[in-house]
Write a protein that binds this ligand. Sequence first.
Ligand code: NAP
Length: 678
Amino acid sequence: MTALRSYVHGGWQSPSVDGTPLHDAVTGAEIARISSAGIDMAGALDYGRRVGGPPLRELTFHERALILKQLALYLQGQRDELYELSYRTGATKYDARFDVDGGIGVLFTYGSKGRRELPNDTVYVDGPMEPLGKGGTFVGQHIATSLRGVAIQINAFNFPVWGPLEKFAPAFLAGVPSLIKPASQTAYLTEKLVELMVGSGLLPEGSLQLVCGSAGDLLDHVTEQDLVAFTGSASTAQRLRSHPAIVRNATRFNAEADSLNLSILGPDATPGSAEFDLFVKQLVTEMTVKVGQKCTAIRRAFVPTDHMDEVAEAVRERLGRVVVGNPTAPDVRMGALASLEQREEVRRSLKALTDAARVVYGDPEQVDVVDADPERGAFISPVLLRADDPGRAEPHEVEAFGPVATLLPYTSTDHAIELAARGAGSLVGSVVTGDARFARDVVVGVAPWHGRLLVVDTENAKESTGHGSPLPMLVHGGPGRAGGGEELGGIRSVLHYMQRTAVQASPSVLSAVTGQWVHGARQHDTTTHPFRKSLAELRVGDTVVAGPRTVTQADIDHFAEFTGDTFYAHTNAEAAAANPFFEGIVAHGYLVVSLAAGLFVQPDPGPVLANYGLENLRFLTPVKPGDELTVTLTAAQITPRVDADYGEVRWNCDVVNTEGELAARYDVLTLVAKEWPT
Ligand code: NAP
């Protein structure tokens, strides 16, 4: 039987011993053996830091993001291989989509967000510049730079593809190499994933390593520059976060643990209503997708006391239609748990739960299966429990990591909120209601215990991505029992792999550090108009000063008539004089912006291709007839696109009046060719 290989020190390595057998969840047949014996863990971390880090950090955010996109496309083309192996974990094709397509989707999202929301640079500028002195010569700016260590991932068995990819994408974008340690039970699928990723030839050497088997002494070698991202049970999280090397070095440790996620049926959602059906349908989906082996699955379903019987009956009826069996068989809706050990674990948890709740559907010891042997495969029936006393501890504390949920009654909004908190921190909660007031009360009441909340109603039901699916653009994680960690959430998670540093300096030095011009930094008044410069020639700080231009009453009258903006402050002298901010007629703000463009624009065909917007526009001093306007336009940020022959240029625009007071300040956004003439 072949042993799973690890990918370390730039090559594939087989274990030095036979290893522990891993079994097909459906047939019980041995698939492979696993062991990390013989792997030099300290050497692997050193290799990641020494060989993987430097070339990755040399790439800009945009270059890394483009690689993520290319990798996503590559894996999409190869995903059948992953689907095929996924069956062996007990997953149906539908389940595998969450894991495989979900993981590839995370790569696509970071590939796109990295290019849209991060600079084409290696330094991240965090928030606005802070003035620290009255004269404007001493300023502060938070920046973020890549950690110099390795992103160590320790993953759970239930998402062998999505799990590694949702951690790899933000770490890679941050410029930090990854070392993946999958859960042993399903590591054969992660091994295939890494084989494909390495085989794509897209990743810089050392930016990805894999250790199959136990972590051994891996964590003994972590430093203050490494990060450990753990997904798994709360008990393992507790053990690992107190590992001496992690504590000694204050190594970043992110935990995504189990949780007793809830769903609340609103009091308005009476039997027969659309929301009632949505609640029941969602509960059954959450119980059965991936055989309930989702950290986000609904474990506690809160129902108004009066509707407990109807909900129990409706869920029973739906569960009765779920066909259990070989996940490759066409009608099978629910496959097998990941292993026989997991089945024993679920049965053990059910024993604890049934002290406080009675079974209203399913038999934990027996199930009819299609096209498979129910004893050799890790099959189990969905089990619905009902706890008529919601005050009992077990339903709020015991996670059965399988197709198991408990119905619990509540009597009022406050009661539901109080019971929700008994979960001591969860990844996700749902509220199914058509009553926006109830939704608000519950959302505000339970949010401190949740990382994500979904409110389902008839308006969003069709488009809703559902309770159990973490989305790359939204935070995944939760407080307390859920681990206290946070992943995904768009660019937020990239910053987890970077160090935030407050830099205090002069504006000119700050511009040099960040690559972005800031107010007070040196400006270069060049002989060539900056609109005549391609990206190859343009420099941050290049400036044009234009004007003055007198604003006349005739200009204001013409603009009012021409645009139809006859607001009294521009057209009615008496009313304008009575306005607390103006002492008479003032020019339209948009007239000021238009006149400024008339001053700074260089009209001939050239490298500036388009103006695509303004940002941060503020009108600061009213402009009166007779005022003279002067405009200063400075190239503040230059962002060449990695996949096009143009890029974005952000220009700072300051418009001042005769006295030198700021009339308007804003950013002009343009697209500029990389070369001109092309
Ligand atoms: P687990 O037993 O805690 O194992 C998780 C990972 O930790 C595995 O890779 C395991 O490796 C590793 N591990 C265990 N002991 C270790 C040690 N002493 N040093 C280093 N690594 C160690 O959890 P699981 O059974 O795989 O996963 C099921 C649990 O994960 C459920 O409770 C579920 O709720 C939770 N979960 C949470 C999320 C989330 O995002 N919050 C997602 C999925 C699952 P081996 O397999 O090699 O032992």
